[in-house]
Design a protein around this ligand. Structure first.
Ligand code: ATP
Ligand code: MG
Length: 383
C-alpha cells in the first residue's frame, strides 16, 4: 500500500506573490523534521505538501512530527492509489479496515481537483459508498452524523483515500518572519509565549539568565529541557546562557529593595537587545502577563521597556493563567515548567515590590551601578 502523509497548507494560501517563498520554507522545515524517521520525498502541489516514504519509514512518528510543523492546517495519513473507481474502493476497504470495523455508520466525501477524472465528486462518493456498503454490510450510510467519514481526493498524480484528518499546528512556517530573541525563564509562561511567536513564522534564539550559586544546575537544565521540547515546533534552537549573579547582587546591594525586580528586568532586556542585534533579530519576546506579579503592572512594564529601543513582544499580555496552562499542556511544556527549581528572579524577589515604580526613581537607583560594565561582563560570560 502506498502510504503517504498530506499536509494542507494554512494561511500560506492567502499569500500573494511571495507565496512560493513560504511554501519552500515549509518544505524545508518538513524535510528537516522528518530526518529521524527515514528517507522521504517531499513536494508541494495544489496547496498540499506531500510526504512520500522512500524507505522503511516510521510513519506514525512522522505523522506526529508533522502535526507540530507550523504552516499546516491539517495533517493526514492517506493511501495513494490509481485514479480508478474500483481501485479506490479496494484501497478504502483495505487501508481503512480498522476504522471501518469499529464504525457502524459512514459516508464518503470526495474532492476532484483533476477534472479529467470521468465522475464528478458526488458520483464518485455515491459509487464508492455503495460499493463499500455492499462489501461491508454492517456499515450503514449516514449522510448527517456518520461515525466515519472516508475522504477520497482525485489529484494530479494519484487518488488518495484517508480517514479523518488531524489538526495541524497552524500558523506560518518558522523562518518566514525573520528572527527574534525570547526570554526563557523556566516558568509556565515563557515557553508558551515562545511557542506563540514561533507560530507566526519567527525563528527564535532563547536567552536564559542564571544565577549560580543562588540557583541550581537543575534550574538551568530545566530551561534547556524546555527549549528542547519546543524544538518540535520551533526547529533547532541554541539557548544563550547568560551569567546574572553579579548583576543581581549589585542591584540588591545598591538599589531600593522595592525596585530590585524591575531593575533586574531592565538589565535582562538590555542584554537581550545586544544579543538580538548581534544575531540580526528584530524584537525581544517575553512571557509577561498583565497584573500577574508586581513587575507586570502597566507601570512596571513601561519602566522596564524604557531600557531598550527594540520592540518587546508579550503575546500573553491579556491571557488568564488557566488559558496559558491549557496551552502549556497542549504543547507539552507544562510538566517540565512546574518542576520546583528556583528561577533567579524568585531568589532575589523583594518582600514588598513596588507595583507602580516611577522612571525617575529607577534611573536614580541605577545611577549607583556601572550599567555598561556589568552588561559587558555578563556578555563575556555567555555560554
Ligand atoms: P514564566 O512563567 O515565564 O517564568 P513568570 O510569570 O514567572 O513567567 P516573571 O518571573 O515575572 O514571570 O518573568 C516575566 C518574564 O521575564 C518571563 O516570562 C521571561 O520571559 C522573563 N524572565 C524572567 N526571568 C528570566 C530568566 N531568568 N531568564 C530569562 N528570562 C526571564
Ligand atoms: Mg518566572
Amino acid at each position: 500500500m502506498n502510504d503517504i502523509i498530506l499536509l494542507k497548507q494554512g494561511e500560506i494560501v492567502l499569500k500573494g506573490l511571495n507565496r512560493r517563498e513560504f511554501e519552500n520554507k515549509l518544505i524545508e522545515n518538513v524535510k528537516r523534521r522528518l530526518k529521524p524517521f527515514g528517507t522521504f520525498k517531499v513536494y508541494s502541489i495544489q496547496s498540499t505538501v506531500y510526504v512520500e516514504p522512500l524507505s522503511d519509514c516510521d510513519m506514525d512518528a512522522a505523522l506526529e512530527a508533522m502535526s507540530r510543523v507550523f504552516g499546516a492546517l491539517s495533517v493526514t495519513r492517506a493511501a495513494a492509489c490509481e485514479k480508478d473507481k474500483d481501485a479506490i474502493v479496494k484501497t478504502a476497504a483495505e487501508y481503512l479496515s480498522a476504522e471501518i470495523n469499529a464504525a457502524k455508520s459512514f459516508k464518503v466525501e470526495s474532492k476532484r481537483s483533476d477534472k479529467r477524472f470521468p465522475m464528478n465528486s458526488i458520483e464518485l462518493s455515491q459509487y464508492t459508498g455503495g460499493q463499500l456498503h455492499d462489501l461491508i454490510p454492517h456499515l450503514k450510510p449516514d449522510m448527517h452524523d456518520p461515525e466515519l467519514t472516508i475522504h477520497v481526493e482525485i489529484r494530479d498524480l494519484a487518488a488518495y483515500v484517508h480517514g479523518p484528518a488531524l489538526p495541524g499546528a497552524g500558523g506560518l512556517p518558522v523562518g518566514t518572519g525573520g528572527r527574534m530573541v525570547t526570554l526563557l525563564s523556566g516558568g509556565i509562561d515563557s515557553p508558551v509565549a515562545s511557542h506563540m511567536i514561533a507560530k507566526r513564522g519567527i525563528a527564535l534564539i532563547p536567552i536564559h539568565f542564571y544565577s549560580h550559586p543562588y540557583t541550581s544546575v537543575m534550574a538551568k537544565d530545566k530551561v534547556l529541557k524546555l527549549a528542547e521540547l519546543l524544538t518540535a515546533y520551533c526547529g533547532r534552537m541554541n539557548v544563550v546562557l547568560v551569567p546574572f549573579t553579579k548583576i543581581s547582587e549589585q542591584i540588591r546591594e545598591n538599589c531600593t529593595e522595592g525596585l530590585i525586580t524591575v531593575i533586574m528586568r531592565r538589565f535582562m532586556l538590555r542584554i537581550a537587545e545586544r544579543i538580538a542585534s548581534d544575531n540580526r533579530c528584530s524584537a525581544i519576546v517575553t512571557g509577561d502577563n498583565l497584573g500577574q506579579v508586581a513587575s507586570q503592572t502597566a507601570e512596571a512594564l513601561a519602566v522596564v521597556e524604557e531600557s531598550v529601543s527594540m520592540p518587546v513582544f508579550r503575546p500573553l499580555i491579556a491571557f488568564d493563567k488557566n488559558e496559558i496552562v491549557n496551552i502549556a499542556y497542549k504543547i507539552g511544556t507544562y510538566e517540565t515548567s512546574i518542576l520546583p527549581y528556583e528561577d533567579c528572579c524568585t531568589v532575589f524577589t523583594p518582600k514588598r515590590p513596588k507595583t507602580k515604580p516611577k522612571l525617575d526613581e529607577v534611573l536614580e537607583a541605577e545611577a549607583k551601578l556601572d550599567v555598561e560594565a556589568l552588561i559587558d561582563e555578563a556578555m563575556k560570560g555567555i555560554l
